[in-house]
Ligand binder design. Structure first.
Ligand code: HEM
Length: 141
């Protein structure tokens, strides 16, 4: 099970690299759009980076979740913490797919948000990560 836990942590970290970096690209992209045309060179290269990064994140998410479910079934945990954690995991999956919608909006030149909005949006995975790690390690209930 320690091998499974190691791979769970490795893929969680890899998935989060994308969950932190992609919204940061959105901040830059919204700033570029506020001062140049939607199909400027900078905007087109950000579109490409966003699409490639997003495509790479799905297998990482599936592996992180797959190893997590394996651990859960393997250990047979049933405390309140695991249910709270799974609820936050659902929020995270929603965030992941919402990022995909935003990637599409940018690629069709239909971004609706300012760079300030993306700066706040960028904070959500930090809060969820903090809560999940505390729930998993401390198991407060
Ligand atoms: C389907 C989703 C997930 C399930 C079912 C799941 C389940 C589990 C289980 C059962 C453990 C073992 C806990 C222990 O040994 O005490 C674990 C460990 C861990 N999980 Fe998850 N997990 C999931 C997603 C996540 C996510 C999204 C994160 C990060 C935000 C995360 C972070 C961690 C960490 C850091 C550990 C190591 C804790 C330790 O060794 O004390 N997990 N997970």
């Amino acid at each position: 099970m320690l091998w499974i836990k190691s791979f769970h942590i490795i893929f969680v970290i890899s998935w989060f690299a994308g969950l932190f970096y992609l919204p940061r690209l959105f901040v830059n992209h919204a700033m570029v759009l506020s001062s140049s045309a939607p199909d400027s060179v900078a905007s087109e290269s950000l579109k490409l980076m966003e699409r490639k990064l997003y495509r790479f994140m799905l297998p990482l998410a599936l592996l992180a979740l797959g190893f997590g479910i394996w651990l859960w079934r393997g250990y047979g945990f049933s405390g309140g913490w695991i249910h709270a954690k799974l609820t936050l995991v659902v929020v995270l999956i929603g965030y992941h797919f919402y990022c995909g919608k935003l990637v599409n909006d940018f690629s069709r030149n239909q971004n609706k948000h300012s760079h300030i909005w993306y700066r706040w949006f960028n904070e959500l995975p930090v809060l969820v990560l903090t809560a999940i790690v505390i729930l998993t390690v401390v198991k407060p209930f």
